[in-house]
Ligand binder design. Structure first.
Ligand code: MG
Length: 189
């Protein structure tokens, strides 16, 4: 029996940054301010609309960052006969190829079929079906949904994820980054 592990992508594996957000503010003639909630809550609607109108997936993903040890550890897990790995992301269907290219560019040995795209929908259907030993996530609504549905979730929380700080103390399994999360749960040494 393989051990199933599931990963969110944005702000767990890669950090795409706020370049497109800044551009959207600029196009709307407004002054940019940093995001403190998940999924743009609190941003002006015209800025949000502009963000999705720009939707320059390739340049957006090209700007992404990945901690230099993450590809090494993920590849070991992907290659290991002991584990089955999937990625469950709130990105959109038309971003699938760009997502594959982005992860490959960072040196992660991703295959398209490992990526599950949900857009703005719930991740529960996929996660309940996959039944992971652990799921690594940063978005508060997905985390609370996991807890309600008995999915064992590890919350990645650090100074780049202000949107989930209110859940600290509520979520039993938390870590500041993916590598420490894997280590403290005994998946890597
Ligand atoms: Mg995320």
């Amino acid at each position: 029996m393989k051990i199933n592990l599931a990963f969110d992508i944005d702000d767990v594996i890669v950090w795409t940054g706020d370049r497109q957000t800044r551009q959207a503010f600029k196009n709307c003639g407004k002054k940019h301010y940093p995001q403190t909630t998940w999924n743009f809550a609190g941003y002006p609607q015209d800025v949000i609309d502009e963000y999705y109108r720009i939707d320059d997936t390739e340049s957006l993903f090209r700007g992404g960052l990945c901690h230099k040890r993450i590809p090494y550890h993920l590849n070991n897990l992907i290659d290991s006969p002991k584990y089955k790995i999937i990625f469950v992301t709130g990105r959109y269907e038309h971003q699938l190829d760009g997502t594959v290219r982005q992860l490959l560019r960072h040196g992660i040995n991703i295959k398209k079929e490992m990526i599950h795209i949900v857009g703005r929908n719930s991740k529960m259907e996929i996660l309940k079906d996959f039944n992971p030993r652990l799921y690594f996530e940063d978005a508060p609504h997905h985390i609370t949904e996991c807890i309600k549905n008995g999915i064992k979730v590890v919350m990645i929380t650090n100074n780049k994820t202000p949107w989930n700080h209110s859940l600290r103390g509520y979520v039993p399994n938390v870590a500041p980054g993916l590598i420490s999360a894997l280590r403290q749960n005994g998946i890597i040494k």
